[in-house]
Design a protein around this ligand. Structure first.
Ligand code: PMP
Length: 356
């Protein structure tokens, strides 16, 4: 007799909800922390030329040697640290979790934080432990150290700056976590371009530290490229799980040359930071509004009725992220990605109307 999927699929997978990506067609799209600016025209021409030259009949370079050179050169990867590439940093989280998923192993993260840490822990059969942030969304080092001692996690993930709160955690609190952890600590610097602070320089001093980055927030979300840097003793093992051709030829060719021009992408990031300050100022002035200072390319804010405001914004053609229900500390919270100045004006106007 034929079996049903539910007879064969792991129960923890059956009880998961699929990751939902909202349809944004025709909307002002401020939901996914993308860079709102297209690639400058000359860099688009460069990418088109590279696409033209790339031999698509051949498999990609499994070592991504050119890309590796560009990343090492332009991303301040310390000598002695190894680099591992992922199809987005999402994939790197998954590789790390798969490598560490011994029976009973734990993945620990502060929360609220990036939802994928918990989801990937579940996919890979790791126990997930979430440690609440303080009420102001700062890291609670005492609680982190206590839970680390209690659960002895194989890995701790910390987003720096944090998503969805935008907080840049205190350095001393972070170092207490790094020093207390018996296993790996992955500092996820997805929003590094907007933060001006990094743990990359700490790598030589801490063998259990990995620093993860992505090109997604730098204007290249469509290329899908993330990397992690750290001690070869760790990354050499995790590398064994990486599928040999996970970074396709077009991504390798285009990302290599765009990273050589990373200054141009950082100019866009700087414009986003300026716009973030203006947007935050405008938000603070609205009635019954609470906002949290952000070091990323988005702003978290709380309104009296989050789900209603979210729906009203959507009806006015503005898509942001509704976080109400995602975590008890995020009641009535919404997250807006910083857009172009025009998009931010459109969002603010729609928000004023939606709150009225
Ligand atoms: N880390 C954090 C903290 C994120 O917010 C995101 C994306 N939203 C990622 C990692 C994954 O990014 P990507 O897979 O595009 O590199």
């Amino acid at each position: 007799m034929a079996l049903n999927p539910s007879d064969l699929i792991r129960p923890e997978i059956l009880s998961l909800k699929a990751y939902h990506v909202a349809d944004a067609s025709g909307m002002v799209k401020l939901d996914a922390m993308e860079n709102p600016y297209p690639l400058p025209a000359d860099l688009r021409d460069l990418a088109a030329g590279l696409a033209h030259q790339t031999p698509l009949n051949r498999y990609p370079d499994p070592q991504a040697a050119q890309l590796r050179r560009a990343i090492r050169q332009h991303m301040a990867v310390p000598d002695g640290a190894q680099v591992l590439f992922g199809n987005g940093s999402d994939e790197i989280i998954q590789l790390i979790a798969m490598a560490l998923a011994r029976p009973g192993a734990t993945l620990l993260a502060p929360e609220p934080s990036f939802a994928m840490y918990r989801m990937i822990a579940t996919f890979c059969g790791l126990r997930y432990v979430g440690v609440p942030l303080k009420e102001n969304f700062s890291l609670d080092p005492d609680e982190m150290v206590l839970r680390i001692e209690q659960y002895e996690p194989a890995v701790v993930f910390i987003a720096y700056p944090n998503n969805p709160t935008g907080t840049l955690f205190d350095l001393e609190a972070m170092m207490r976590v790094v020093n207390a952890a018996p296993g790996l600590v992955v500092v996820d610097e997805a929003y590094h371009a907007f933060a001006g602070s990094s743990f990359m320089g700490e790598l030589p001093r801490h063998r259990n530290l990995l620093v993860m980055r992505t090109l997604s927030k730098l204007g290249l979300a469509g290329l899908r490229l993330g990397f992690v840097a750290g001690a070869p003793q760790w990354l050499g093992e995790i590398e064994k799980l990486r599928l040999p051709y996970n970074i396709n030829s077009l991504t390798q060719a285009i990302a290599t040359r765009l990273i050589d021009n990373v200054g141009r992408l950082n100019e866009q990031a700087a414009a986003i930071v300026t716009a973030r300050t203006q947007l935050a100022r405008a938000l603070v002035d609205l009635p019954d509004m609470r906002i949290w200072q952000s070091h990323a390319n988005f702003i978290l804010f709380r309104v009296p009725n989050g789900p209603r405001t979210f729906e009203r914004l959507k009806r006015r053609g503005v898509l942001i992220k509704n976080l109400h229900g995602a975590h008890p500390m995020l009641d009535n919270c919404l997250r807006v990605t910083v857009g172009t100045p025009d998009e931010n004006v459109a969002f603010l106007q729609a928000l004023r109307d939606s709150l009225a």
